[in-house]
Design a protein around this ligand. Sequence first.
Ligand SMILES: [Zn+2]
Length: 374
Amino acid sequence: MSAPNKSYDPVEVEALKPEQVERMRDEAIAAFAAAGDLEELQEAKTAHTGGTSPLALANREIGALPPSAKADAGKRVGQARGAVNQALKKRQEELEAERDSRVLVEEAVDVTLPYDRVPAGARHPLTTLSERIEDIFVAMGYEVAEGPEAEAEWLNFDALNIGPDHPARGESDTLFVQGQDPEQDSGVVLRTHTSPVQIRSLLERELPVYVICPGRTYRADELDATHTPVFSQVELLAIDEGLTMADLKGTLDHMVQQLFGGEGMKTRLRPNHFPFTEPSAEMDMVCYVCRGESVGNLDRPCRTCSSEGWIELGGCGMVNPKVLIACGVDPEKYSGYAFGFGIERMLMFRHNVQDMRDMVEGDVRFTRPFGMEI
Ligand SMILES: [Zn+2]
């Protein structure tokens, strides 16, 4: 700016010369025009209108002028500052308008777009059906018991009175994780049923034992419309003093009434043989569609039960005393019943599912119609 010098003439202060004031004005206006956004404009504003800007410093010099020169210089600087402020205001308005229109575009919300772009999945019907069955028994005081899917051969077979020569021990049915080693007591298999969880429950819990055991099980089957190498079971075990077949029958009737609802739902038992129960029975439930009325009635055939009136459900029986002894339970004092059935099969007849492959392929179009039942 103006530095004192020997030829200092207050009337001719360098910073107040008309061409200098014009230059300061023009530089300020050019800086505002060059500002690309409000932030840059703020910087230009500080530089050209702030307390240390050239025009502000020039303004201060006016005070040092003789009265005769003050008016002239004051007018010159005042006009320049007025022009600068006007240019600043104009550019400010332009940049604000630009910002507002940009925000309108950038932050626009298209209310016609679907709000939920990630389609909801669904819980697998095998899970919801299994949980529904568990709920029925939990309401009766049973506990849900679970166990490992890779299981000791002893727990999967021997403890259940399935001896080493039993056909189910052959590799054609069972998936071996680790074969029997003479050094070890037991091989490891992918459990072929949830029954080892019953054994674990008897070994680990205080009597009486009332457990429901849901879970995945494995057998060496090819996947096709009616077979799957991975399937789901629910098994039940009740061990107490004085339990009889009548308790088993009443429990089964209660379950099908709760699951299929309405009057007339009941089960029947047909003699069979299983190593782990004695006596053993196949259990059927009355057809929940025709309630048995399609039998012999050619006018009203039933597709669900093929007009047989009954649907096969699974196996059951009174727990074999040999199994109780293997678990350290006194068969003279305690008795009990067990049953088990496949969830896939129940899902097939309950919901008319034709192909087991639909249950394992994980296609949401299969699961979604079953809903989100929790
Ligand atoms: Zn029927």
